[in-house]
Design a protein around this ligand. Structure first.
Ligand code: XMP
Length: 319
């Protein structure tokens, strides 16, 4: 039974011992795990750490800016911000299969990351936010014992390719402990309490082909939905909430005009580990208000539906 303050000190010392005067590179995603790793390592080894943030273009509204502001401006961490949005969109052009999207995003991410690592002169170590559940279920934490439902990517394969050793300060921790450590390290509550966000991002929240326009439409709807959730004080009661843009057009009326636009599905679930989940029981009032705002404020959407599928048999994401 140890406290997070102790863990922090022990881990800082352990990282210093492991790294010596070597150089460490860390991929920052904006998620809780990599954020905690970055701040912990920065405390331990300062400027021996370089973080690389790859903007895939599959992030939510304002997210890239938030990451840069927090880590570069607030923490003074050496941060390389790579705007790879066009590259990812080009690679995904015409791709509709969910697993194919994941593979392309994973491979492209590794290419970009490797390039950047070389540009900053390489590193001796790669830092990763591997958690204890990832260590014990190294194949896939989503599938049942023998089936992989969805493949997840991380920067696997990179350490060998680039001859780097791994630094994994969170590998003994569960998610709630990582959050506690984040608070201990002074990370803002808004960062520490964030809902999980999948590596492939919005690419798996637009069934079918991804385009820049579709991403923009989805980002606007998602922003309004999360705004409403925060305003209603429900954010912390929910494991994950997000909008999905369905590439299906339906007919509606706007004013006295006929409209023919996409459908937006809203999803929110409760869960303790993502393995099983129940749909969140919003009030109809909340759903009605949110739907009205999305339809009024987002061009390209004229119908909103709420997903009441639990997991199993559904999965949390739509792809
Ligand atoms: P599913 O949709 O399988 O999601 O019920 C369970 C949890 O995993 C996240 N998820 C992913 N995370 N890469 C990730 O890093 C992925 O490809 C991926 N697919 C799903 C999902 O957001 C949920 O938290």
């Amino acid at each position: 039974n140890w406290s997070m303050a102790e863990f922090r000190e022990t881990e800082i010392k352990r990282v210093r011992d492991q790294v010596g005067d070597g150089r460490v590179i860390c991929g920052l995603s904006g998620g809780v795990d990599s954020s905690v790793v970055a701040v912990l390592l920065h405390e331990a080894i300062g400027d021996q750490l370089t973080c690389v943030f790859v903007d895939t273009g599959m992030m939510r509204m304002g997210e890239a800016e938030e990451v840069v502001t927090l880590f570069r401006d607030h923490y003074n961490i050496k941060l390389v911000h790579v705007d790879a949005q066009k590259l990812f969109l080009d690679k995904l052009e015409g791709v509709t299969d969910p697993e194919q999207k994941r593979k392309i995003i994973g491979a492209t991410f590794i290419d970009v990351f490797e390039d950047e690592a070389k540009k900053v002169g390489g590193a001796d170590f790669l830092a990763q936010g591997t958690l204890y559940p990832d260590v014990i279920e190294s194949v896939s934490f989503i599938g049942g014992p023998s089936v992989t439902i969805k493949s997840h990517h991380n920067v696997g394969g990179l350490p060998e390719r680039m001859n780097m050793k791994l630094v994994e300060p969170l590998r003994e921790l569960f998610k709630d402990e990582v959050r506690a450590l984040g608070r201990e390290l002074g990370l803002p509550d808004a960062f520490v309490g964030r809902h999980p966000f999948p590596g492939p991002g919005l690419a798996i929240r637009i069934p079918g082909e991804i385009t820049g326009d579709r991403l923009d439409i989805l980002r606007k709807a998602d922003r309004i939905y999360l705004d409403e959730i925060r305003k209603a004080g429900l954010y912390d009661d929910i494991w994950q909430a997000f909008a999905v843009l369905l590439p299906v057009k339906t007919v509606g009326v706007m004013g006295d005009e006929r409209s023919y636009e996409f459908v937006c599905a809203l999803r929110a679930v409760t869960s303790t580990d993502g393995m099983t989940a129940d749909y969140y029981d919003f009030s109809h009032d909340f759903l009605g208000r949110t739907a009205t705002r999305i339809i009024n404020e987002v061009r390209g959407i004229n119908r909103v539906v709420y997903d009441i599928t639990s997991k199993p048999p559904g999965t949390i994401e739509w792809e």
